[in-house]
Write a protein that binds this ligand. Structure first.
Ligand code: ACO
Length: 325
């Protein structure tokens, strides 16, 4: 019998510190940085974001999201045999957030590691977990996206600091004799490192270079739309489906204009696109599982629906996963 993987539970978590655009604009004005609710909404669709308290880390957010996913799946933490966390804002250089989450869940022994593919991280992590389940090396995985992007934002740069937020999303992915994940398509092109990066690194006991995010927003925008269309089409071909078979498009929640252009290019109705970016901004690797969880809990996404998840991020990295929920 063919072995597949299937999502059996979703969870998410946003830290309580919520800041509307107007509140953020007022805080930035105190530092002489000018922005407005109107500009942010018009250019990005973002209305609010959540920032974690200074003593809260990615593993804290990830652990709550994971517990919510475990509860939804009716699975005990002790039954998990693989943990993968997608993050670009880990608690420390090492060990991985996944190991810290494992300990916070009170379990030990199963493999646990992080995936670093920035905003495509969850797509990468889900693909790796799917492959490990299909190969028989895991049966019940926690796949998590968790970020505290507020820690790497330059609050004197209005072109980036208004875009991002903190949060986490998680799924339980289990072995199944019915599919599940139908197709996956992943890509990277390292020549674009410079257009979206946090160039700093730790060396000789010091941070060398800037530890804050820099982005050429227009370059990212132009690349993102084409790459997302290409990977979405490739995933459809691999799944032997067309866009009319997709019940819900769940894109990386970066910018409503990127999301809408991709969905339009695929000739899918915008009503089929899940939008949560207005509520939490760009939470990088957390945004797709966050949007998935919100749409499951709101009753939009139902058992048996066919979903397209797609993301793009620093690297450049990009990819898509098509699944039967
Ligand atoms: N508030 C007010 N004005 C602003 C702000 C702000 N927060 N930021 C920029 N501006 C100004 C600029 O200075 C510029 O002013 P000027 O015309 O006087 O020079 C004007 O607004 C227009 O700036 P543009 O850069 O042309 O604005 P654009 O329409 O391109 O929107 C944005 C900028 C939102 C960053 C857009 O390029 C974008 O969304 N890019 C993609 C970013 C993204 O999604 N990144 C993440 C994807 S990958 C990942 O998730 C990690």
């Amino acid at each position: 019998m063919t072995r597949y993987s299937r999502i059996t539970g979703t969870g998410s978590y946003l830290p309580p510190g919520r800041l509307t655009n107007a509140e953020l604009a007022a805080e930035l004005a105190l530092k002489g940085v000018e922005t407005s609710d109107e500009w942010i909404v018009e250019r990005t669709g973002i209305r609010a974001r959540h920032f974690a308290a200074p003593d809260v880390s990615s593993s804290d957010l990830a652990t709550v999201a994971a517990r919510n996913a475990l509860e939804a799946a009716g699975v005990q933490a002790s039954e998990i045999d693989l943990i993968i966390v997608a993050t670009s804002t880990p608690d420390m250089v090492f060990p991985s957030v996944a190991c810290i989450v494992q300990n916070k869940l009170g379990i030990a022994g199963c493999p646990a590691f992080d995936v670093q593919a920035v905003c495509s991280g969850f797509i990468y992590a889900l693909t790796v977990a799917d492959a490990m389940i299909k190969s028989g090396s895991a049966s019940r995985a926690l796949v998590i996206g968790a970020e505290v992007f507020s820690r790497i934002l330059d609050f004197s740069d209005r072109t980036t600091c208004v875009l991002f937020g903190d949060g986490a999303g998680a799924v339980v992915l289990e072995a199944s004799d019915t599919p599940g994940i139908l197709a996956s398509d992943l890509h990277a092109d390292g020549k674009y490192v410079g257009i979206l990066c946090v160039p700093g690194h730790v060396s000789g006991g010091q941070v060398m270079g800037s530890p804050l995010l820099t982005m050429d927003g227009q370059a990212v925008f132009k690349l993102a739309v084409g790459m997302l269309e290409g990977t979405a089409r490739a995933a459809l071909t691999k799944a032997n489906l067309t866009e009319t078979d997709i019940d819900w498009m769940i894109p990386h929640q970066a910018n409503i204009r990127i999301m809408q252009s991709t969905t339009r290019k695929l000739k899918m109705p915008l009503e089929k696109m899940i939008v949560t970016v207005d509520q939490h901004g760009n939470t990088s690797a957390a945004s797709i599982p966050l949007a998935l969880d919100v749409s499951v809990r709101s009753g939009k996404v139902k058992k048996g629906d066919t979903l397209m998840l797609e993301g793009v991020g620093g690297g450049f990295t990009w990819g898509a996963v098509i699944l039967n929920y």
